[in-house]
Write a protein that binds this ligand. Structure first.
Ligand code: FBP
Length: 261
């Protein structure tokens, strides 16, 4: 029996910190957030429902967060240096993730990439192994590659969501295109798989809160955010506002108004 309750008690907020491998430190980090301890502390103090880490940081910094905040280990990764159709190779096994205390595992599938079939194969094996241990699986369903003309197209997102359901993922991490009717179709296409929306690169706070509200209104179960939290001047204030939208269903415009009073 897969137990997703620990990371998804109802609605959920995950804090993502895998960008060091994905984008490289110079593109996303500054002198402060380059230090994993700074971001892990936000995860703990902000009482996130899960910290998304790659195996290296998860293992070396475990004393900073383990037992304080659930751990989601990303099992594959790549850099963005090679400008080719993306393939994100598996870099950690399910059993290694479980040994380091994972409450869930994650994997990015680049839907539409020339290497899609390899990722489908790797991912399916991960689903089988994780589910044998009752561990939930989160799939980053990201349409990418030379055959994908618009990664935010509603039909492309819906196809990615459906693929995640068909492959056996419990939770799907998707990009949000701010098109409410379109996103509702995306969520419907995912069936019983729950959707968490990603945040993307840093936005102004009002734009960010509206972006989050769209995803939640469309039927999202939560968010998995990185840069818009740990690049913010006051990450815990942003976290409090995020919780109001995601957990309490508050409107973004009310949050923005309260912040300007
Ligand atoms: P952000 O909120 O910072 O966008 O993090 C979400 C995330 O999915 C990360 O887990 C991942 O490293 C990154 O976005 C991937 O970004 P890209 O869109 O460049 O592939």
């Amino acid at each position: 029996m897969v137990n997703i309750h620990k990371i998804v008690p109802n609605k959920c907020l995950f804090l993502a910190y895998d960008q060091g491998l994905e984008h490289g430190p110079s593109s996303d980090f500054n002198e402060t957030n380059v230090n994993p301890e700074y971001v892990l502390d936000i995860g703990v103090k902000g009482k996130y429902n899960g910290l998304i880490l790659l195996p290296g940081v998860a293992e070396k910094y475990s004393q900073n967060f383990l037992k304080k905040v659930p751990l989601i280990v990303k099992l594959n990764g790549k850099t963005d240096i090679a400008k080719v159709d993306p393939y994100s190779a598996q870099i950690c096994s399910v059993s290694r993730a479980i040994k380091m205390g994972a409450d869930a595992v994650g994997y990015t599938v680049y839907v539409g990439s020339a290497f899609e079939s390899t990722m489908f194969k790797e991912f399916s094996k991960i689903v089988e192994e994780a589910h044998d241990h009752g561990v939930p699986v989160i799939a980053w369903m990201y349409p990418r590659g030379r055959f994908v003309h618009n990664i935010l197209d509603t039909n492309v997102l819906a196809h990615s969501a459906r693929a995640g359901l068909e492959l056996g993922a419990d939770i799907l991490k998707l990009n949000n295109n701010d098109d409410l009717p379109g996103l509702k179709w995306v969520v419907k296409s995912a069936g019983k798989a729950k959707i968490v929306f990603s945040g993307g690169s840093k936005l102004s706070e009002p734009d960010f809160y509206k972006h989050i509200e769209f995803g939640m209104k469309a039927g999202g179960t939560g968010v998995a955010i990185g840069r818009n939290v740990w690049q913010a001047e006051d990450p815990l204030a942003v976290t409090r506002n995020l919780k109001k939208i995601v957990l309490e269903g508050k409107k973004a415009e009310d949050i923005i108004r309260e912040a300007t009073i």
